[in-house]
Design a protein around this ligand. Sequence first.
Ligand SMILES: Cc1cc2nc3c(=O)[nH]c(=O)nc-3n(C[C@H](O)[C@H](O)[C@H](O)COP(=O)(O)O)c2cc1C
Length: 200
Amino acid sequence: MTRAPLPAFYDDLDASFAEAWRLLAEGAALGRSGFHLPALATLGADGVPRLRTVVLREADPETGTLRFHCDRRSDKAAEIADNPACALMAYDAAAKIQIRVEGHATLHTDDAVAEAAWAGSRAMSRVCYAAEPAPGTALPAGGAYTLPDESAAATTGRPHFAAVLVRAARLDFLFLDRRGHRRAAWHRREAGWHAAWLAP
Ligand SMILES: Cc1cc2nc3c(=O)[nH]c(=O)nc-3n(C[C@H](O)[C@H](O)[C@H](O)COP(=O)(O)O)c2cc1C
């Protein structure tokens, strides 16, 4: 049986780290990537972990930062404001790679980060931020909420928009292969990232 050659990052920690960030950056750019829609975990005020899908908007290997967007009226925004500890996780079945990131989230609503993110958002995406009532509000019927048209959303959506930056503190990388899985983790330290292989 012929098998695909092992990837160049297989037994190389630095190359695995570069591959993780390359995949995350690709996930931000490509809708078909398994890393485009990570699950975001936050901690509720009641101590219960909360998970939901978000769109990965940017992954910057230089700063080790990820960006997603949310409605500042949403539960996740309140949870982040309360406790910035969060985690993101995604698995790409084609690459057979799972990436888990733990870090510290900051909500950006009225600064340059938020302005740039809003300016880069499509009209179609902006509409969600102009929905009334706020996300999570109990409704008398499933359709009892309103969305404005795309042109109105440019102004009515902006006050509800937030960009969230997650500064990674830990990254866990798992590559599945029948010849032997490879798992590695990186911790951010003052001097830089500390890398280690882990038993998968
Ligand atoms: C494919 C997909 C993409 C989503 N992208 C986002 C997103 O980028 N930002 C966001 O706030 N919610 C996004 N959502 C909705 C969330 O998963 C969640 O249902 C909603 O934001 C309420 O979450 P919360 O109550 O924890 O704030 C997405 C859902 C799906 C299914």
